[in-house]
Design a binder for this molecule. Structure first.
Ligand code: NAD
Length: 357
């Protein structure tokens, strides 16, 4: 029996996780997987009920689970609070408690969604199916020293980009293993022409690459990579990046996928359960209207099956079912582009995916 901790959170979080759980239950039946679910409050919902955004009990429950399915946290009601009381801080702290060291985002443009993508049809039609694996534990956001000071020359601010070889190595190894399960191509993006930390990054990736001669390894300077990613997205399979570059390019790449509501992600833990969530936030502007796109969360559930429960077949079932629903012309509002497509609600989209399964 696998135990999945479900944390719906705020805004559209409860609506979209409900659909993903529905789909997971259907796959569980089809693939004879025993799945147990427990639902817990987090973020603003938890502040309202028990005064804290993330309770210690919930951290324990998450640690004891096999995987975590997360919706989104935050909203205008709580965004004015100061850290660490803010609703969205719950996710930041939970990532730290679980020792998340990598963030994985899977970008795929499903056939039929070309018009929803912000990029020209002749580019996206070449096929978009890649993963960005971002280092999450170090880099520019955590390096020390980090401070501001007043000096005779004016106000000064310092951030530090820091990497140890072992941090790069474990991320690179993860990237190569992913590439082996996919199309065996790995692109490492960094800024080795200007940054010492990127020169170490490149050296370590090159060392690990020796163990994966079957994987086609490339190095790109991140600024050129940012352009290529939009101009020639079909060239990429697995892309690995330091923390800050992955943060930026991970959002850039979302425009390729048709909607922010289509992109699944995983926060991979060093020694505990991983957390799966759509990349968007709690979308309070469309909360409780049954119009949110649940596919990013449903596809996050597919990643959960593939990477945490060892069930790639179940993950493939979900991804194919989503592909069929899109191919047959069903669209939530965010990906609806023309009158010959059928506009469906959040719950109808979840039902359709279950039907296709
Ligand atoms: P957002 O991602 O919630 O929404 C941005 C825009 O995309 C909105 O117009 C929204 O309606 C739309 N959108 C997002 N997801 C959608 C979906 N599944 N279907 C259809 N449309 C969708 O970002 P925001 O508006 O800047 O933030 C809202 C709240 O979410 C804030 O409180 C923020 O702190 C929080 N937030 C949480 C997370 C998280 O929990 N991981 C991430 C980002 C933002």
């Amino acid at each position: 029996m696998f135990h999945i901790a479900v944390l719906p959170g705020d805004g559209i979080g409860p609506e979209i996780t409900r659909e993903a759980v529905k789909v997971l239950k259907a796959v569980g039946e089809k693939r004879q997987l025993e799945l147990g679910f427990s639902h817990h409050l987090i973020g603003g919902a938890s502040i309202d009920a028990q005064g804290v955004a993330l309770s210690d009990d919930l951290v324990d429950t998450c640690r004891r689970s096999d995987a975590i399915l997360f919706g989104a946290v935050g909203g205008p009601k709580w965004d004015h609070l100061d850290l660490p009381d803010r609703a969205d801080y719950a996710l930041i702290r939970l990532r730290q408690e679980l020792s998340a060291y990598a963030n994985l985002r899977q970008f795929r443009l499903y056939a039929g969604l070309e018009d929803a993508s912000a990029v020209k049809n002749d580019i996206v039609e070449t096929g978009i199916d890649f993963i960005i694996l971002r280092e999450l534990s170090s880099g520019a956001y955590y390096g020390r020293p980090k401070f501001r000071e007043d000096t005779p020359r004016g106000r000064r601010a310092v951030d530090t980009i820091e990497y140890y070889d072992y941090q790069v190595e474990r991320l690179a190894r993860h990237g190569f293993e992913l590439a082996r399960q996919r199309r065996a191509r790995l692109t490492s993006m960094s800024k080795w022409n200007a940054l010492e930390s990127s020169r170490l990054w490149r050296d370590v990736v090159e060392e690990v690459a020796q163990e994966y001669p079957d994987v086609d390894t490339r190095h790109e300077i991140v600024d050129a990579g940012a352009m290529n990613l939009i101009q020639r997205p079909a060239e990429y399979d697995v892309i690995i990046m330091p923390n800050m570059f992955g943060d930026i390019l991970g959002d850039e790449a979302a425009v390729l996928a048709g909607s922010i509501g289509m992109v699944p992600s995983a926060e991979i833990s060093l020694d505990g359960p991983s957390l799966y969530e759509p990349i968007h936030g709690s979308a309070n502007d469309i909360e409780d209207r049954n119009v949110a796109n649940p596919i990013g969360t449903i596809l996050s559930a597919a990643l959960l099956l593939r990477y945490s429960l060892g069930c790639p077949d179940g993950a493939g079932d979900i991804e194919r079912a989503v592909g069929k629903v899109i191919a047959e012309g069903y669209r939530t509002a965010d990906i609806w582009t023309s009158g010959d497509q059928q506009r469906v609600s959040t719950t109808e989209m979840g039902d359709l995916v279950v039907e296709m399964l």
